[in-house]
Design a protein around this ligand. Structure first.
Ligand code: KIV
Length: 263
């Protein structure tokens, strides 16, 4: 069973923290069979499951539903619930209550986006025993502010700000931090400067761990493929081929054959 303290131990032992997203029971079982130890129920489900252009419309109810599916199935992985847009931004009290709902749904930790502006939330959650994972760099809930999904931290001032955000999150009690879409050198610097593990996505090879969205990793989602995605399979192509063959065989009277029929 992977636990929050194991995240720190992995960093100390220079063992990579491998994270993949999941949103349902079937893939949770697959991830565990593959030895993936940390599962993020990401609000990326807004895009890959719900078909929205971004994550902003995802609600607490959506997230709790999927968190229950994953946490109810996971036997040994650490399950992280991703706090959706406006479930923690408006007030510390909202943030604390909503974070608690994730743990009640079975998550072991929560993730939220933002740096210095979020430290009071992180501290309040930490104080009551809710482990928090930060998320810095290209934080998708701020897509409108960035004017699109753009690499962050390229300039010196921005890089300095992201480093100080990471330190602020650590000081407030965050147990790890996701670094998304930033120069590899900056992610390396942050990784060296904080004692908590950094989990990269589009942040180069020097982070303490990596995370990918499941459907990107499996080659199932191809509407928008960021540079940092490596498809390790091509399941969309396989699925299309299977569906077309099924259609053809029914049309041609080849399916069902005797093998699939009761005599
Ligand atoms: O929502 C998500 O899946 C994420 C990861 C991409 C880090 O936040």
């Amino acid at each position: 069973m992977m636990t929050v303290p194991d995240l720190q131990r992995y960093k100390r032992d220079k063992k990579k923290v491998i994270v993949v997203t999941a949103y349902d029971a079937l893939f949770t079982r697959l991830l565990e069979q593959a030895g993936i130890e940390v599962i993020l129920v990401g609000d990326s489900l807004g895009v890959v499951v719900q078909g929205k252009p971004n994550t902003l419309a995802v609600t607490m109810e959506d997230m709790l539903y999927h968190t229950k599916l994953v946490a109810g199935t996971a036997q040994k992985s650490l399950v992280i619930g991703d706090m959706p847009f406006m479930s923690y931004q408006a007030s510390k009290e909202d943030a604390l209550r909503n974070a608690g709902r994730f743990l009640q749904a079975g998550a072991h930790a929560i993730k939220l986006e933002g740096g210095a502006a979020m430290v009071d939330r992180v501290a309040a959650m930490t104080e009551v025993g809710i482990p928090v994972i930060g998320h810095l760099g290209m934080t998708p809930q701020s897509v409108n502010q960035y004017g699109g999904y753009k690499v962050q931290g390229k300039g010196k001032d921005q890089a300095q700000m992201l480093l100080s955000d990471a330190k602020a999150l650590e000081a407030a009690g965050a147990v790890a931090v996701v670094l998304e879409a930033m120069p590899a050198s900056l992610a390396q610097n942050i990784t060296e400067e904080v004692a908590i593990p950094t989990i990269g996505i589009g942040a180069g090879p020097h982070c303490d761990g990596q995370v990918l969205v499941l459907y990107d990793l499996l080659g199932m989602f191809d509407e928008f493929i960021p540079k940092f995605v490596k498809p390790y399979a091509h399941l969309k192509a396989d699925a299309l081929q299977a569906l077309r063959r099924y259609k053809e065989e029914v049309e041609e009277g080849k399916f069902p054959s005797d093998a699939e029929s009761y005599q």
